[in-house]
Design a protein. Structure first.
Length: 276
């Protein structure tokens, strides 16, 4: 979705949050691309990210749990790939997810999400020094459930200020934003223009005109592009069979999916996965 973010000002506020709390925080947009972050990793995370596999697993962990938050529109707490506790809060405006706020790089007080044994077990394949990993891990802050709830309340107020101070704003009509999210949430289903018109109280001509003005492509082209983008993401981040990915992205005809993918991407899905 298309939003304009005042990245520098948001980064400044997130840095202030880190300075005052010692907890790292990052804002992602609705496409799960980083917008701004407090400007540091903990020493433990820096050490993990010296390994390419550590960086890859970190990215995959973030994407997996943002997708979980997108489905429920609720805050998700979890154990990251490196054995730390992290929390992702969906940023919702008028019932639309416009981004995700992630806080992390800490240990939870009751050890439900993070323990030294769990951390060392998860990171042993990175070929890092276990004694150094242990020492850096034990230097991480410990957050109680009460403090975590307080942090989330502060972030909720901070997010609201982004809108109130125009640090986040739309560059398209709200109607087109709502239609885009609706399509994102129903990509697996068979697509009917009539259903979209009924849902948003539009005539076909009005719908076609909106897509031409807002996206400069037809409704059908837009849906195909969305499905292809989702399939590319799944090829990168999962080991699912290509037939399963095709179906999950709304391509009920497997051969049509292969032809369409190759036409737009230049290679078949299997070749893309092999070369990624």
């Amino acid at each position: 979705m298309s939003y304009i973010f005042n990245r520098e000002k948001i980064k400044e506020l997130l840095s202030d949050f880190y300075v005052s709390t010692g907890i790292a925080v990052t804002l992602y947009d609705s496409a799960m691309n980083m917008v701004a972050t407090s400007p540091v990793h903990s020493e433990y995370c820096k050490y993990i990210r010296e390994n390419k596999e550590g960086i890859k697993n970190c990215t995959l962990s973030n994407l997996t749990h943002m997708k979980e938050a997108a489905k429920t529109k609720k805050t998700v707490s979890y154990t990251c790939h490196a054995g730390l506790m992290e929390t992702i809060m969906p940023v919702v405006y008028e019932d639309l997810i416009i981004g995700y706020m992630q806080i992390g790089q800490f240990r939870d007080e009751n050890g439900f999400y993070s323990t030294i044994d769990k951390a060392l077990s998860l990171t042993k394949n990175f070929c890092l020094d276990s004694n150094k990993s242990r020492s850096l891990y034990l230097g991480l802050p410990i957050v109680s459930e009460e403090k975590l709830q307080a942090l989330n309340k502060i972030l909720t107020i901070l997010i609201k200020s982004f809108w109130d101070d125009s640090l986040i704003r739309h560059n398209r009509s709200m109607l087109s934003v709502k239609i885009e999210q609706y399509i994102d949430e129903h990509l697996k289903e068979k697509f009917y223009v009539d259903k979209l018109c009924e849902k948003f109280f539009l005539s076909k001509n009005a719908l076609y005109r909106l897509f031409k003005n807002e996206f400069n492509i037809s409704v059908a082209e837009y849906v195909i592009n969305k499905r292809l983008a989702l399939s590319i993401d799944m090829l990168k981040t999962t080991n699912l069979a290509v037939t399963t990915i095709a179906n999950d992205c709304g391509f009920n005809d497997y051969n049509y999916f292969i032809r369409t993918f190759k036409k737009h991407v230049g290679v078949t899905p299997l070749q893309f996965r092999k070369n990624k």
